[in-house]
Design a protein around this ligand. Sequence first.
Ligand SMILES: [Zn+2]
Length: 445
Amino acid sequence: MTTTACGDDADLLIRGRILAGGADDAVFSALAVRDGRIVAVDAEAEALPARRTLELDGRTAVAGINDAHLHAAWLGARWPHLFFSDTPAHEQPSGRLVSDRSERRAALRRAWRLLAELGITSYTEPGIGPGEDDGETGCFGTDMLEAYLELHRERAQISRVTLLRLFGTIDGESDLADVERGIRSPAPETDPDWLAITGVKIFADGIPPLATAWVDEPYADGSHGGLLTRGGDDPLSAFRRMIELAAAAGQQIAVHATGDRSIAEFASALESAMGPTPPAPHYVVHGDLATADLIARLRTVGAGFAVQPLIAAHTHDWAGAILGAERLADAWPLAAMLDSGALTTVTSDSPIASPDWRVSLDACLEQLTAAGATDDRATRRRLLRSMTADAARQDGASAWKGTLETGKVADITVLDEDPTDPGRPFATIGVARTIVDGRTVHSRD
Ligand SMILES: [Zn+2]
């Protein structure tokens, strides 16, 4: 951190109700920011001469929202068309969505503006790389990584990004030789505060409604789904080898796994993996059919889950026919994940579902209350943590973001009301202002 000539002054003083978002649920009345970092809270903050003061006037400040699984390039290219939306099938964008450098840059900038409006200050871009160089949309290949790097070097970002490299196809097959070559290739040099390239995304299987999730107990039609990994002696040995290589290279591993069998194989690969401590914890993306035993195994190896309550809500009935009532009742075990102590992040997977985190948290509330939880302050704080402090943990960035505490970055979302007050939807709470690195990137007024 650099110090300025007037080293003890604050650039910004925020005064009002400030939820720190840490484990002790501290509430501050003031917060001072200098050079993008929080330098003091409460009376100490008030005592600092500040160049600017922001009065919250009854609004509530929370740690900046972090969507730990959101395809920003694809979202920016498709916006306003989401997969789960009122857009009829024939009006959905298809084919090539971005064709040249300027379209790729525009897609990222469009996504960043949208996220700023929603109060989102960080996200994980889960899968960009050579595996998609011939991809249909143009949103996931090396050219898009280049667009990220350009804008990053131009300091044009208004969202912090964690990026996973992709050496196979998105939602499709990957080949062991390609993944091995990719893992061995060095990641580009970046400033990890803004663009952290932490590891690799691997697709293990498909999704339950299409009977492509790899499951132990057969589907209604007798099939089991299977792995998407290729090469080696068979799909399983290819999958295990990919995990082994990424772990040995000290990379974060995020595996798209929805079926219990895929999740079990990921757990077992991690249990025997050797290598340096990764920059950030490994995790399952989706985890639809994770059992209590699998959740416990992932937790024991320090791994977590990035889940999408909106996908669960949208596909629940569709999946029911193929899963059967009993398995459906245990699917998308959000409550069990949260109770287990395993790292759990609530994410949108946008543009599949809405990038509006408030709608995702309402879907969580619905799922949790249906499972017997109460819509109270503790539940809401827990949910908010899954998109702030826990998302920062998934990024390997707990030391410097995710909560509003002295020494951490000033990434702040200002809401019209306190989101931990029970009894009304998160979606009705307006986002008044978004601050990233101490700088306002969105102000509604
Ligand atoms: Zn995704």
